[in-house]
Design a protein around this ligand. Structure first.
Ligand code: CA
Length: 227
């Protein structure tokens, strides 16, 4: 999951970046509205956390421009403005959620997980496909009811694939979900993680679409109507 943080307060931004990285989000940060609009247009993130008090533009105007650009993914507004009127304006302008400052980082994380679930159209924290289930709260993987350990990037990669359902994920889009800006990526990083993941998953679960990317093929259930 790739998150863009738009925040001009360096201390706050650093704290959010550290916390999100620790919780397996790829997080990139910009500190003004102009850069935010450039990023959402060129490499759209999955979720935007948007401060309203930005140095160059009002956050509400940034949000309206996102939506006019066609950026449809969730936007969570972060702001010191806490009047009901401001909340209503934010939500009416296309925000999906609203968190007043000061906030608890755990609450921010919980709200991001809720937005993720909305994005992936899953109502629970557990994504289950066939006999493979991934708990996005605890980051635990179960295969056939047995717990399997995952490295951090393996978890991020598997989650990106499982959330995308029947859509092929390109190597580039997976890299964006796995790595924050400035992190070093070897040219075959995604392939290497896929290789390790496959050893932990049922045969054929992750399929290569040659020249394009990867997709999950869910094994057929053993019994009709079985889940
Ligand atoms: Ca600010």
């Amino acid at each position: 999951m790739q998150v863009l943080l738009v925040e001009d307060d360096n201390l706050l931004a650093d704290a959010v970046v550290v916390a999100l990285k620790r919780h397996n989000f790829a997080i990139n940060r910009v500190s003004n509205g102009k850069d935010a609009l450039l990023v959402t247009e060129t490499t759209p993130p999955d979720i935007v956390i948007l401060d309203l008090g930005l140095p160059d533009m009002d956050g509400i105007d940034v949000l309206r421009k996102f939506r006019r650009q066609g950026f449809a993914n969730p936007v969570l507004i972060l702001t010191a403005r806490d009047s009901i009127e401001d909340r209503v304006t934010g939500l009416d302008s296309g925000a999906d959620d609203y968190l007043p400052k000061p906030f608890d980082i755990d609450e921010l994380l919980a709200r991001l997980r809720a937005l993720e679930r909305r994005l992936s159209k899953t109502s629970s924290a557990i994504i289950a496909l066939g006999n493979v289930s991934l708990d996005t709260n605890t980051h635990e993987l179960q295969v056939d009811g047995n717990q399997v350990d995952l490295a951090r990037r393996e978890y991020m990669l598997l989650k990106a694939l499982m959330e995308s359902g029947n859509k092929i994920q390109t190597r580039e889009s997976l890299e964006n979900k796995l790595y924050s800006w400035g992190e070093e990526i070897s040219s075959n990083a995604v392939e290497v993680h896929i290789h390790h993941l496959r050893k932990k998953l049922p045969d054929g679960f992750i399929q290569t679409v040659r020249g394009v990317g990867y997709i999950i093929r869910t094994p057929k259930p053993d019994s009709p109507g079985g889940s």
